[in-house]
Design a protein around this ligand. Structure first.
Ligand code: SAM
Ligand code: SF4
Length: 476
């Protein structure tokens, strides 16, 4: 996977309490009770998985468990898994061996959650009989019940039901990012891209009621969060199931209006549901961040058809022209798959020319990975692994040049940055602009994680900007 930024935020500091809110904390604070059973969740994969883990942690806190910082110290060890590419899925089975003996000696209870759980189901018990719980994301609403079964000695406990119209909501969510609050507004996916496991692992699309979303955002604002990121595999397909039947733009505007919320992000948008109204809403509402992540997957209409992406190259480019025509300076990022079965050199060249045309600020590029239960598995003309790697490297270099040129133009500009990282060794601070660009900067000030500051850009790199704080330019 290409890294879209030079310095990724590897770890967030403890500047703010990692539990999001007093209102969302368990009444008896199990975190400090050494007698309480402990848990540890390791998360693989996408942002939605990360947020699912935050909610699962909330379920455990509500049951009196306390979180620990290392898997080795946990009584209850959960792996929240990803199966989007083969490598991610393999990693989980390697991990399951780590605490095999502790689990066999009843010193630990081990559970597998998420996409691998859903995909492999009870087969996991065959491969790793020391696992006690296997639960896919569409069954998380039953977790309290499933955990109760495990607590009373149940083994081979499963939650594998996919046929649901419910979303996973919890009273308590243990938010680990102290600056940006994630919130899932739509779960599952109703598309059927030929390479993708998500419809099989996360179930059908279901949106969360707008009222419940707004209540949670207000609680987050009261708890001090200023930045919200709305999540969904196809976040912009949002359809309010409540009688007011809001669409995605209605919801975006309502969230942006909540007092205390300064930044609203959303990911991932599907090009098919990406409308002009979304661009207009961002253009006219400063709290809506001017960054769009719009995965294209391929620049060739022929390959897009094989992928069942439901749009052509030209239709995608038309949507990009709305973004390029906006009054605000939007930042665009995208996902690309190289080496899809049957992708010719000419198809690949079309992807490269599309990248030239769209001028994005980041590309998550992946080699096609054949996945179980997906239509593309049976497609002819598989591309050899070395050729996939070659195409990936060519694409990454082409995109690197685009980013170098784009970022150079930003030298001299001034950005508002939400500070979220302190690199102590380099005595540098870092944060993100509303357009999601990473800015590393120096300042004489101390202790201002979580604040908004103005930064003057003095240098650029392919994946980030470097600057200095504008003295007296604090934005509160
Ligand atoms: N729902 C989003 C969309 O429609 O663009 C994508 C969600 S998927 C979890 C994230 C990315 O993983 C995709 O955009 C795609 O680029 C990549 N991906 C999914 N399946 C893949 C596969 N079989 N091989 C390689 N990359 C894959
Ligand atoms: Fe997968 Fe396609 Fe759904 Fe995205 S839209 S989650 S790529 S099936």
């Amino acid at each position: 996977m290409s890294k879209p930024f030079d310095i990724e935020i590897a770890s967030l500091t403890d500047a703010l309490d990692p539990c999001c809110a007093t209102a969302l904390r368990p009444s008896s604070d199990a975190r400090n009770d050494p007698g309480a059973k402990s848990f540890y969740i390791e998360t693989f994969g996408c942002q939605m998985n990360v947020h699912d883990s935050e909610k699962v942690a909330g379920v455990l806190l509500a049951r009196g468990y306390r979180p620990v910082d290392a898997a080795a110290d946990a009584d209850f060890l959960l792996y929240n898994t990803c199966s989007i590419r083969e490598k991610a899925a393999q990693k989980v089975f390697q991990r399951l061996n780590d605490f095999k003996f502790a689990a066999k000696d009843n010193q630990k209870v081990i559970g597998v959650l998420g996409c691998v759980a859903q995909q492999e189901g009870e087969e996991i018990f065959e491969r790793a009989p020391w696992v006690s719980l296997v639960c896919g994301s569409a069954s998380y609403r039953n977790l309290p019940n499933l955990i109760e079964q495990v607590e009373s000695g149940g083994r081979r406990v499963t939650g594998l039901d996919l046929d649901t119209d419910e979303t996973f909501e919890t009273e308590i969510t243990r938010r680990d990012n102290p600056f940006r609050a994630y919130l899932t507004i739509i779960e599952g996916c109703d598309y059927s891209c030929s390479y993708c496991v998500v419809p099989h692992t996360r179930g059908p699309e279901r949106s969360r009621a707008s009222d419940s979303i707004l209540v949670e955002v207000r609680r987050l604002a009261d708890a001090g969060y200023t930045e919200i990121q709305l999540l969904g595999q196809t976040v912009n397909s949002y359809r309010d199931p409540s009688p007011r039947k809001w669409n995605f733009v209605d919801l975006l505007l309502a969230v942006a209006e909540i007092e205390g919320i300064r930044r609203v992000r959303f990911t991932t948008s599907h090009p098919n549901d990406f409308t002009r109204e979304i661009v207009e809403a961002i253009d006219s509402t400063p709290a809506l961040c001017d960054h769009i992540h719009l995965p294209v997957q391929s620049g060739s209409t022929r390959i897009l058809r094989e992928m069942r992406r439901t749009y052509t190259r030209e239709q995608y480019l038309e949507k990009i022209s709305w973004i390029h025509g906006a009054r605000r300076e939007f930042s665009l990022t995208t996902d690309v798959i190289v080496g899809f079965p049957g992708e010719t050199e000419a198809d690949f060249e079309e992807t490269l020319t599309l990248l030239d045309a769209i001028q994005s600020d980041g590309v998550f590029a992946f080699k096609y990975s054949p996945r179980p239960n997906t239509p593309s598995l049976a497609m002819p003309d598989a591309i050899p692994e070395e050729e996939k790697s070659r195409r990936l490297a060519v694409l990454q270099e082409r995109q690197r040049q685009i980013q170098i040129a784009r970022n150079e133009k930003l030298v001299g500009a001034r950005f508002e940055v939400l500070v979220d990282t302190h690199h102590t060794a380099r005595s540098q601070w870092a944060g993100r602009t509303t357009s999601n660009r990473i800015v590393n900067f120096s300042t004489s000030r101390e202790n201002f994680l979580g604040q908004y500051v103005q930064v003057h850009i003095t240098r650029s790199a392919p994946n980030s900007l470097i600057g200095e704080e504008v003295q007296g330019g604090e934005a509160e």
